[in-house]
Design a protein around this ligand. Structure first.
Ligand SMILES: Nc1ncnc2c1ncn2[C@@H]1O[C@H](COP(=O)(O)OP(=O)(O)OP(=O)(O)O)[C@@H](O)[C@H]1O
Length: 340
């Protein structure tokens, strides 16, 4: 039988996803896009694990791999099922994944496009239950209770999504995600499109739901400011790899990877003394092409601390002060965090 520590929901080892891009001209060789490369982490039961990094760093691909919306190029993906048994999802085909899908759900950034405008809230939230054979009566009762759980009135069930604001539509998505009583929800930029105050309300709702229904979250965002209050632990991704991983408090207070420091610089600071965006370590340039990654450390072309070694040799991931870091100079750099 497959084993993992009792307190874990997911144990991910060597997760890798390459997309083979077909060339338009037949005589050109295929190009391989390394979206996720040798990523390992654990997600503990009941925690919120944050995944941060710029657009294109591979966050959504990791979430889709965890839910097995994509096949893996390689790696191991252990998951604890509702009956407490552990299963390796990496080898399962669609048919064997089907019964497991109810335990894992995803919420996306854009509540406008992820809700079918021609379906009522009753149909939208009830659909997953219908697919799993619930009776009409069970569905009606559960939709009404889910609507009130997410702060919407049960009588809204007959309405269509266009009648609701962006924040309310996101709540409809949350209700739909909760319909089958999952143990795990991946929230992919779930509140990024919302105004700050509406985003904060929906984060509070997610936290309330987590406590009430014993949920474990993977919370994905490009905005470090968003994860500070919701995530227990964080992994920072750059060009398909995790460059730093640790508790949110530690990463914010004292980053050990220059990329984490640079992302922290972009977090708006309420304290005017900390508002200088041009400080040492501010992020310049763009994330490189994942079909042609830089040599050595992939971050070296943008890193203010890069040395010749960084250009040649890719740093291994090492444990430093209880954190996982891949930077040649992590022990010697005195990087700046933000006051928490
Ligand atoms: N289905 C796909 N086919 C080919 N390439 C893909 C596919 N999905 C993602 N990619 C590529 O994989 C890389 C990682 O993308 P991914 O969406 O996982 O990043 P991300 O960090 O979630 O960014 P974003 O927030 O923009 O989605 C990108 O270079 C992207 O273009």
């Amino acid at each position: 039988m497959t084993q993992m520590a009792d307190d874990l929901l997911f144990s991910v080892r060597g997760l890798t996803k390459h997309f083979v891009l077909q060339q338009k001209t037949w005589h050109k060789p295929e190009r391989v896009l390394r979206a996720v490369e040798d990523v390992s982490f654990d997600i503990r039961k009941g925690e919120t694990f944050g995944l941060v990094g710029e657009s294109g760093s591979g966050k959504s691909t990791v979430a889709r791999l965890l839910l097995r919306a994509y096949s893996l190029t390689s790696g191991q993906l252990l998951f604890r099922q509702a009956d407490n048994s552990v299963i390796d999802l990496s080898e399962l085909d669609n048919r064997h994944m089907r019964p497991l899908r109810r335990e894992m759900q995803m919420i996306f950034q854009d509540p406008y496009s992820s809700l079918n405008p021609r379906m009522t809230l009753q149909e939208l939230i009830g659909e997953p239950m219908q697919l799993h054979g619930y009776s009409e009566e069970e569905i009606r009762t559960r939709v009404a209770s889910l609507l009130s759980e997410v702060g919407l009135r049960p009588e809204y069930a007959a309405r269509y999504p266009h009648a609701f604001s962006g924040g309310q539509r996101q709540r409809i998505c949350i209700a739909r995600a909760l319909a089958l009583n999952p143990s795990f929800i991946a929230a992919d930029e779930a509140v990024s499109a919302l105004d700050v105050s509406v985003a904060a309300q929906n984060i509070n709702l997610l936290q309330d739901m987590q406590e009430k229904f014993d949920l474990t979250y993977l919370f994905i965002t490009h905005d470090l400011g968003m994860v500070e209050h919701i995530s227990d632990r964080l992994a920072v991704m750059y060009l398909g790899r995790i460059v730093e991983m640790g508790t949110t408090d530690e990463l914010f207070a004292q980053p050990k990877h220059p990329y984490t420091e640079a992302l922290l610089r972009a977090v708006p600071q309420p304290d005017p003394r900390q508002r200088n965006q041009e400080k040492r370590g501010a992020l310049k340039g763009e994330i490189p092409d994942a079909t042609n990654p830089p040599s050595g450390c992939a971050f070296h072309p943008r890193c203010p601390y890069a040395t010749d070694l960084c250009k040649i040799e890719r740093p291994a991931q090492r444990a430093i002060d209880g954190r996982q870091v891949s930077c040649h100079h992590a022990e010697t750099l005195a990087l700046e965090g933000v006051g928490t």
